[in-house]
Design a protein around this ligand. Structure first.
Ligand code: TYD
Length: 201
């Protein structure tokens, strides 16, 4: 049994990640594969506890935030993602370590390399094989967003900065990080995303 593939959906608030995740998971299931979907922050009992701290809690220092994101991710990798990949399943993530690179490394100014290193320490071999960044105008994304959390409530300027860091990440790792225009109908975006993944492998 060969190792599975790990695909992560990324982007700023309201880009349509969870809708596209559903479409992609269904398409791969129709192809006959086992598909495991995960969301971050969360996805494990420990991780859901950390999610509440991160999203509903008080303001926190930038490194506290970054390390809590890394902590919930390490748990998810050990409990869910690594076992799934070992069984040969596809894992489709709504966000991943690339959110931390863009939001904490870039947006919060901690440095992409520093945030990458602490995450690598907690993830071992679990790293997305393909990262699909859904691109949307911050104003349009914020309008699409249902209910804001502590980080999603930072405003359009912060979203714009994060979007810029996603672009930089795509430039730095063109073989892994792909940008998809998500401004149009979500059905069309979903179709394009499914085609991208099927063509890659
Ligand atoms: P999420 O639940 O995906 O919210 P949304 O559906 O609004 O995109 O993510 C919650 C927030 O956490 C979101 O504002 C992005 C932020 N976030 C980070 O800042 N770093 C991370 O590593 C992750 C996974 C999320």
């Amino acid at each position: 049994m060969s190792r599975g593939r790990y695909v992560a959906l990324e982007g700023i608030e309201g880009a349509g990640k969870s809708t596209i995740q559903d479409h992609l998971a269904n398409a791969l299931r129709n192809d006959g594969y086992e598909v495991v979907t995960v969301r971050e922050p969360g996805g494990t009992s420990t991780g859901e506890g950390i999610r509440r701290l991160l999203l509903d809690g008080d303001d926190m220092a930038p490194w506290t935030e970054a390390l809590l994101f890394a902590a919930q991710r390490s748990q998810l990798a050990v409990e869910v993602i690594e076992p799934a990949l070992r069984r040969g399943a596809w894992v489709i993530g709504d966000r991943s370590v690339y959110s931390s690179l863009a939001y904490q490394g870039g947006g919060r100014g901690l440095g992409i390399d520093a945030v990458r290193k602490v995450n690598q320490a907690g993830l071992g071999p679990v790293w997305p094989d393909m990262v699909i960044v859904l691109i949307i105008e911050p104003e349009a994304g914020l309008a699409r967003q249902e209910g804001e959390d502590r980080i999603g409530g930072q405003g359009a300027r912060f979203q714009q900065q994060v979007a810029g860091f996603y672009q930089d990440l795509a430039g730095a790792e063109p073989g892994r990080v792909v940008l998809v225009d998500a401004g149009g109908r979500l059905d069309d975006v979903a179709e394009q995303t499914v085609a991208l993944v099927r063509n890659r492998w």
